[in-house]
Design a protein around this ligand. Structure first.
Ligand SMILES: *[C@@H]1O[C@H](CO)[C@@H](O)[C@H](O)[C@H]1NC(C)=O
Length: 450
């Protein structure tokens, strides 16, 4: 998307959705008005465009129904050091930030949770379960129960006020021991009424023996028609991409060699720790618009970025691998040590990605060839961005990211007296300015200005 017009159209569309879906639960209040931002010649404009919105030393829960030492399925109900957030997504109109904790350790009281953004101002808020504790509680003997949420990595809120996430259906503890409780499932909640609107069990033929590997999802919603929505769900273990159509209530898998990890780039170093994650396809980012979008994707173990048109992904008849030469494109290499977890693309076509070895968020303008010289650093911080594991751009254009020090947690243990988990926001009129992604004089640099 290249023009100011497209952004204006987008904003009108979002406004339309708010009205047409009868959204009355809360008045839509953008967190920032464009006029509240300092203009680019304001002295503050050279400040760090990112600020910490929420941070925690450890996670705890608000008004839990059980004591921490209560035994549930053979473990304590709550074990402080087990609770490491892996994903987040924000619902702007109600200022809720959803925070998810996969059950990779015992003692996680609730996997899907939220905090109110305003609560973060006064310290580190306790998590509130979503939709409630009962839905997030394990059965006493780990019986299967499709009414319960077992383990969720990363949620996504879409433009139609819906929360989407994949429950893997498995416990991953102790390390190396995976307990399949039930098939993975896709959940969709209506955030206006906090009700489940769809729970879809992912069939065995698509996930092999266990739901492990379903660690993110990207939702492709037509803002003119909320029923016209697809979820793209990478599986880093099976190295394929699941596509779910909301309207057809159907699912299929997409396979391509570009989804495989690059064995030459599966080793990482962070804070003196050396580790290997041989993960395949990890995240999908969509170009702006509602039709004919491109899906950009990468494996975690990779320096490359790839693309495929969404109309190809949405065509079930091509599944799993009847694709034409050229449907899938190799876009280039981001640079050295440039392995990335999650990425997203803004309305100007600038792609932002979390770079896991460098405590940073990088940018690349998708109108330029992908190579190291065209990649810029928009945020780098050895305290607040240690292992940036999730990222999203909100409908107003601000960039949000979460870091969780995950490799340090696994291999060394976290220091509970230090702030270990951060959610930061980068302001849309400041992020990327004067980088190669948005050089001085680029008309897009003032797109959100007053
Ligand atoms: C694996 O996890 C299950 C469920 O928590 C538990 O019953 C079992 O003892 C564990 N196995 C090992 C080897 O720890």
């Amino acid at each position: 998307m290249k023009s100011k017009v497209s952004v204006i159209v987008f904003l009108i569309v979002v406004g339309f959705v708010h009205q047409s879906t009868g959204y009355r639960g809360a008045v839509f209040q953008p967190t920032y008005q464009a006029s509240n931002y300092p203009s680019s010649n304001y002295p503050g404009a050279l400040r760090d465009p990112f600020e910490v919105i929420c941070r925690w030393k450890t996670l705890s829960f608000r008004d839990p129904p059980r004591a921490p030492q209560d035994k549930l399925a053979g473990n304590d109900y709550y074990i402080e050091k087990s609770n490491v957030p892996t994903g987040f997504s924000r619902h702007g109109p109600t200022k809720r930030i959803f925070v998810t904790i996969p059950r990779r350790n015992p003692g996680i009281s609730s996997s899907v949770n939220f905090v109110y953004e305003d609560e973060c101002r006064n310290g580190s808020p306790q998590l509130r379960p979503y939709p409630d504790y009962a839905t997030n509680e394990l059965e006493p003997n780990l019986e299967a129960d499709i009414g319960r949420i077992i383990s969720v990595y990363r949620p996504t809120v879409d433009v139609c006020h819906r929360l989407w996430f994949v429950d893997t259906g498995i416990l991953e503890y102790p390390p190396g021991n995976k307990t399949v409780i039930q098939n993975p499932s896709l959940w969709i909640f209506d955030l206006r009424f906090n009700r489940v609107i769809r729970r879809y069990t992912i069939p065995d033929r698509l996930y092999g023996v266990e739901g492990v590997g379903l660690i993110s999802l990207t939702v492709d919603t037509n803002p003119y028609n909320c029923d016209d929505a697809h979820a793209y769900m990478p599986n880093l273990e099976l190295k394929n991409l699941l596509v779910y159509s909301l309207r057809r209530n159907d699912i299929w898998a997409v396979s391509h060699p570009f989804m495989q990890p690059d064995v030459n780039n599966m080793n990482y170093e962070l804070d003196g720790l050396k580790f290997g994650f041989p993960d395949g396809i990890f995240s999908v980012a969509l170009t702006p618009g509602s039709q004919d979008r491109l899906a950009y994707f990468h494996p975690l173990a990779s320096l490359q970025e790839f693309s495929v048109p969404t109309h190809v992904l949405k065509d079930k008849s091509l599944s799993p691998d009847r694709y034409a030469p050229g449907d899938f494109k190799d876009l280039g290499v981001r640079g050295v040590k440039a392995q990335s977890a999650i990425h997203d693309i803004d309305q100007r076509g600038i792609l932002y990605y979390t770079e896991i070895q460098t405590n940073s968020i990088k940018c690349w303008n998708t109108r330029t060839p992908l190579k190291a010289e065209n990649v810029g650093t928009v945020y780098e911080n050895a305290e607040t961005m240690v292992y940036p594991n999730d990222l999203e751009i909100d409908p107003e254009g601000d960039i949000w990211a979460m870091s969780n020090r995950f490799p340090i947690f696994i291999y060394r243990g976290l220091d509970p007296t230090d702030y270990n988990f951060h959610i930061v926001r980068g302001r849309r009129d400041l992020v990327g300015l004067n980088t190669v992604c948005l050089p001085a004089g680029d008309p897009d640099a003032i797109i959100f200005g007053p």
